[in-house]
Design a protein around this ligand. Structure first.
Ligand code: FAD
Length: 508
């Protein structure tokens, strides 16, 4: 073996400056202060109370449990502090056709038999005139339909172990909770409005940000969490934005909280309207609502009227308009600036993915954490990975629009007939032929998610996979009946979600 050794350098990044204290900024500060602030490194968060945060972002996907666990956040405390509830999936209303309703649950459908994907067996059963509804075979969907919840204990067995869940929470309270955590771990908060960004004349790297009043905050690595504007990544570095609004033309949201009328449902609801859709996110103390729409097809006042006419419960605040352009920064990481959250891009919250993209960016940066002389290869790898996950999410969201049979408005006709990315077209064709779904690389949405949306929106494959014919029909039908009964009976034994939260001391 060669005598060559790995080099110890004094090239370490000692000052990480997080620009912005919204959900992205405090997630990053909590994570980096936990694992990177070992006495010598400084983590400084600059935020401006005068500017504030976007203040929405209340539904998540199950991976968030991993982020909280990484920070040793006790789940019940987290739910209390953020007035959170459990989320077992998303109920989609009026998407395939008006009047349709389906759930995209977390977790698998049924159990594969002899290596044959369950949905293929179900498709065969369906072709024989049986099978019922595929969501009868999801533990999370069965519990959601009854408004019930149970947290699988460590070592739990199927079917209860198949419950997969995420959370709804108050995003502002989550950021405040993470701020307390980060500050306990040594992160330093600097209040102030950034008015100027200073760069090195030679390398172009950012050297410091200047606050109103002239104070400079210097750093080696900057995390741009400044929201849509992208104070560093765009205003200073002019990285550029890739606009995807030809595929996802939604460009406005009106958000408005209402009072709860009953025990919170353990699922998000996404109801399609004439030129967009409306979210309903039940928390402990209120329900978050918002109407995401396309301004080319609907005026703001009409969108607001639809929202106000359809929310349940008393309005708790005035409606708030948010403008956005769907797309992503051409490079999430440029020079010594890594953008996280809204500054790195935005895809409408139909599948609650934005906070996950922040988490994913943080995890990726952990894996590729640089030294002062940042390697372009490592930076490119980060950018490649972020692009991949953004494009995966983009394609999955486009599917919800493309796979519609609605033709009642100009908006629905235009999205139904639009050209789609080749990556999605290939997936839809593979599904159309034999109901096959292939997960590529580290794709976020896995087989059950594609199956849920395809079938939920009436996109049927022409045939099932012939491999399903290798199993005896009657034995499969019996096994399926047993699974269905198991899910139903288990769901009936779970407590209503509010009761569960209270008994777990997770209700504030
Ligand atoms: P922001 O919250 O905008 O924070 C920006 C920060 O930068 C603030 O602290 C601000 O003060 C600071 N700042 C900006 N400029 C300056 C300056 N000049 N000087 C100093 N400080 C400055 N995500 C989900 O996962 N699930 C959802 O259900 C969901 N719903 C959404 C609905 C809508 C309509 C929108 C728009 C987004 C939604 N999101 C959702 C996304 C989610 O809200 C964001 O990903 C998340 O809140 C992160 O935001 P952020 O921290 O990047 O930006």
């Amino acid at each position: 073996m060669s005598a060559r050794k790995v080099i110890v350098t004094n090239n370490r990044i000692d000052r990480i400056v997080v620009v912005g204290g919204g959900t992205a900024g405090w997630m990053a500060a909590a994570a980096f202060s936990r694992y990177f602030d070992n006495g010598r490194r400084k983590i400084i968060v600059v935020e401006s109370d005068a500017i504030g945060t976007v203040g929405v972002g209340e539904a998540t996907i199950p991976a968030i449990k991993g982020f909280n666990a990484m920070l040793d956040i006790p789940e019940n405390e987290f739910l209390r502090e953020t007035r959170g509830t459990f989320k077992l999936g998303i109920e989609f209303v009026n998407w395939g056709r008006q009047g349709d309703r389906y759930i995209h649950p977390f977790g698998a459908f049924g159990t594969d038999l002899h290596g044959i994907p369950f949905h293929q067996l179900w498709l065969r059963e369906h072709a024989r005139g049986g099978g019922g509804d595929i969501t009868d075979f999801s533990m999370s969907a069965a519990a959601a339909a009854l408004g019930r919840f149970g947290r699988p204990a460590v070592g739990a067995r199927p079917p209860v172990s198949e419950i997969n869940y995420a959370f709804h929470f108050d995003a502002t309270l989550y950021a405040a909770y993470l701020r307390r955590l980060a500050e306990r771990q040594g992160a330093i908060r600097q209040e102030g409005r950034i008015v100027k960004v200073h760069r090195d004349g030679e390398s172009g790297d950012v050297t410091s940000v200047e606050l109103e009043g002239g104070r400079l905050v210097e750093g080696d690595l900057f995390l741009d969490c400044s929201g849509f504007r992208g104070l560093l990544i765009e205003d200073a570095l002019e990285t550029g934005y890739e606009d995807w609004s030809h595929w996802l033309p939604m460009d406005r949201a009106i958000a408005m909280p209402t009072a709860n009328r009953s025990s919170p449902d353990p699922f998000t609801r996404a109801t399609a309207h004439a030129a967009g859709w409306q979210w309903r996110i039940p928390l402990q103390h209120r329900t978050g609502n918002g109407h995401v729409f396309c301004s080319a097809f609907m005026q703001e006042d009409e969108a607001e009227r639809i929202l106000r006419d359809t929310v349940e419960g008393e309005e708790l605040a005035d409606p708030r308009l948010i403008r956005f352009t769907t797309g992503m920064r051409r490079k999430a990481w440029s020079h010594n600036v890594v953008s996280l959250g809204l500054s790195s891009g935005f895809i409408e919250p139909l599948e609650s993915t934005s906070i996950h993209l922040v988490q994913n960016g943080i995890a990726r940066l952990f894996g590729l954490f640089p030294e002062k002389d940042i390697s372009p290869v490592e930076r490119d790898e980060y950018n490649r990975g972020m692009r991949e996950i953004y494009e995966d999410v983009r394609d999955f969201i486009i599917l919800h629009y493309k796979a519609t049979q609605r033709d009642d408005t100009e908006f629905w006709r235009s999205v139904r007939d639009m050209d789609i990315p080749a990556s999605l077209a290939r997936k839809m064709e593979l599904w159309r032929l034999h109901g096959r779904v292939f997960r590529e690389n580290a794709e976020l949405f896995t087989l059950p998610s594609w199956v849920a949306v395809m079938l939920g929106q009436n996109v049927w494959p022409e045939r099932y996979d012939p491999i399903a014919d290798t199993l005896d029909e009657n034995r499969v039908a019996q096994a399926m009946e047993k699974m269905r009964a198991g899910y139903r009976q288990t769901a009936q034994q779970l407590p209503p979600q509010e009761q569960f939260l209270r008994s777990a001391n997770a209700w504030a």
